[in-house]
Design a protein around this ligand. Structure first.
Ligand code: OAD
Length: 230
């Protein structure tokens, strides 16, 4: 079976009711990124950061995957499908995708702030119990924090992701402005002859590579178009 690798970003989840980060009406317009998505922001005001992710998490529990997510899952009938996502939502999993790597963490999980990757203290939250209470602690006594990779922190999943991109027979990028590194650099790992498709309704400077076949549509319509072309 051929291997098809998806690299997805915030635009993938727009049709499920989520905002992108950098658009005119983007999430970072409402909440200053320095306060809610950086390591310094977390250290300065963990209460504010936990509140912000509590709100997003509550929204996620009611969100549904869109047709784009479902069509990616459907391709598993004919391809070996790997999804590498920058999104912290679980909509690829909800659509049934079997192989999903989260580069920037997972909103449904919380962890120790002393060592976010100590698996003993990573907790999966449920819909009925999805709020982190002020001052709540992990099993090691440190403050519970969202299992999110903040700006200024390393991205441990980047190496396995690069290996997967290097093995792709087809690479499909959906809904990302490709400006945040190291995720944006993953495209460079595709083999020279691997076709690369981009599904995004807009142009951004980082999309202007001769190597990309741009399907200028939203995630769902773009996936339908991709499936015709494959
Ligand atoms: P951006 O907000 O930078 O880019 C979203 C992209 O989605 C843009 O290129 C839009 O044109 C496109 N888009 C909008 N509507 C769409 C639709 N219906 N279908 C498909 N595409 C659509 O988001 P990311 O590139 O994902 O990191 O941002 C990367 C990282 O920056 C995020 O993971 C997050 C953020 O800071 C962390 O939180 C660590």
């Amino acid at each position: 079976m051929k291997k098809i690798v998806f690299l997805t970003g915030a635009g993938m989840s727009v049709e499920s009711g989520f905002k992108t980060f950098r658009g005119n009406d983007g999430l970072w317009e409402d909440y200053p990124v320095e306060q809610v998505a950086t390591h310094e922001g977390w250290v300065t005001n963990p209460l504010l950061v936990n509140n912000f992710y509590n709100i997003l998490r509550k929204k996620l529990f009611t969100a549904k995957p869109n047709e784009g997510h479902c069509l990616i899952k459907e391709l598993e009938n004919d391809y070996e499908v790997m999804v590498i996502t920058q999104n912290v939502d679980d909509l690829h999993e909800k659509a049934g995708s079997a192989n999903v790597i989260h580069l920037h963490g997972e909103l449904t999980k919380v962890c120790s702030s002393k060592d976010p990757y100590d698996s003993r203290y990573i907790e999966q939250l449920t819909e009925d119990n999805c709020d982190v209470a002020p001052g709540a602690c992990a099993g090691d006594g440190s403050l519970l924090r969202p299992f999110i990779v903040f700006f200024g922190e390393s991205v441990p999943m980047i190496e396995p992701a690069a290996e997967i991109v290097a093995q792709a027979d087809i690479l499909v990028i959906i809904g990302t402005s490709l400006v945040v590194y190291p995720a944006a650099g993953l495209v460079q790992y595709a083999r020279p002859r691997t076709p690369i498709y981009l599904i995004d309704p807009d142009d951004t400077p980082a999309h202007a590579s001769g190597r990309l076949t741009h399907i200028k549509k939203g995630a769902s319509e773009g996936m339908k178009e991709l499936m015709k072309r494959l």
